[in-house]
Design a protein around this ligand. Structure first.
Ligand SMILES: NC(=O)c1ccc[n+]([C@@H]2O[C@H](COP(=O)([O-])OP(=O)(O)OC[C@H]3O[C@@H](n4cnc5c(N)ncnc54)[C@H](O)[C@@H]3O)[C@@H](O)[C@H]2O)c1
Length: 335
């Protein structure tokens, strides 16, 4: 089978590609080719895999050509991140909304030519949830919580969820949207995401560097390891329509944790000297964005698909340390 991963040069996309290529199959079918479409080139190990084809360029510019190609499966991960979308409104609309519509239309075109609807997994985000004054946040957001995003990024993700659902209803694609919780610990350097510090306060101290905590330690948030999110995306792809239930988005599993608990776990795993490398310095912009994010999730539909989050943050840190040991490059840059 041929699989397209948009955003395949990014953090989750590259890990998704590696996971699928290592297994060699998806939904029981042998993977012949994985096409990675991204504005940046994929990591060297993926580029060197003979089953990988890389297409570098803005997704919007690639979609016209995609009309004439047959893919058995598509994972749509290409996206500008939250901080970027807040600071550059046009970038968010182009990268997240316009590109998604163009991709869906390319797949729709094939369906109108008689091809079977392509199975599509769209990576959404729990940033679709926000505390609207008319609908205050419940303590934990569930699959059935009304999404009322309070950021441009969250709004674009929600619109795309609905597009995926409607193109599915029309029979143009077989689409599913999965809301990722914040992935941590992310290797490499900080990125433009407002959530970047959730990884930085663990990754930098472990690498012997200082890290700044820009929000209060009592901030609570759902997080998961990169592999838990990748396994979730694959499970959503492989689920039957009946098992997925309906066309609305599901939230992937997360561990609900406070920043204080994350720091306590760091101390438990790596000791007080490492923990002491984190210093608190409030950043009003980041704190303002994060205050509008869920403090925790419940994930009944993902659980029904057999998916589970880590049960302690120590687990997540230990998985990161094991990843770094297996891939020393992960300590230095994107893995
Ligand atoms: N990492 C998280 O904590 C998290 C949480 C919730 C949702 N998500 C979603 O998961 C997906 C993957 O996230 P990630 O952490 O790997 O992010 P990432 O930034 O590492 O990867 C996204 C990739 O998309 C590419 N991209 C962005 N705009 C593009 C465009 N217009 N054309 C082509 N490529 C473009 C970027 O170059 C990048 O490689 C994204 O859709 C993101 O919104 C991630």
């Amino acid at each position: 089978m041929r699989v397209l991963i948009t955003g395949g040069g990014g953090f989750v996309g590259a890990r998704l590609a590696r996971t699928m290529l290592a297994k060699g199959t998806l939904a029981g079918r042998r993977i012949e080719q994985v096409v990675l479409a991204d504005q940046v080139a994929p990591p060297a190990d993926l580029a060197a895999d003979r089953r990988v084809e890389s297409r570098v360029g803005k997704l919007l510019g690639q979609c016209q050509a995609l009309r004439d190609e047959a893919f058995d499966g598509v994972f749509h991960l290409a996206s500008a991140v939250s901080g970027e979308c807040e600071s550059d409104f046009d970038l968010g609309l182009a990268s997240n909304l316009d590109s998604t519509r163009a991709l869906l239309d390319a797949l729709r075109y094939r369906a109108t030519q008689g091809a079977a609807p392509t199975r599509v997994v769209f990576s959404s985000s729990i940033a679709v949830f926000g505390p609207d004054p008319a609908y205050p946040f419940p303590p934990l957001v569930g699959d059935d919580t009304l999404p009322t995003p309070q950021t441009s990024y969250g709004t674009q993700k929600l619109i795309c969820e609905h597009l995926v659902s409607d193109y599915t209803r029309k029979g143009f694609i077989d689409g599913r949207a999965a809301r990722l919780v914040t992935v941590t610990v992310r290797p490499g350097r900080p990125n433009g995401a407002a959530s970047s510090f959730f990884s930085g306060i663990i990754r930098e101290p472990l690498a012997g560097e200082e890290a700044v905590l820009p929000v209060s330690p009592d901030v609570a948030h759902p997080v998961a390891s990169p592999q838990t999110m990748v396994d979730g995306l694959i499970a959503v792809y492989e689920a039957s329509r009946e098992a997925f239930v309906g066309r609305s988005a599901i939230t992937l599993p997360g561990l609900n944790v406070t920043v204080q608990q994350m720091l306590d776990a760091l101390e438990k795993v790596a000791g007080p000297k490492v923990r002491a490398r984190v210093r608190f310095e409030r950043d009003e912009r980041i704190a303002g964005i994060v205050a509008n994010w869920p403090r925790g999730v419940t994930t009944a539909r993902a659980t029904a698909l057999g998916l589970k989050a880590e049960t302690t943050f120590e687990d997540i840190i230990r998985k990161y340390i094991a990843d770094c040991a297996a891939t020393p490059a992960a300590l230095r840059g994107m893995s």
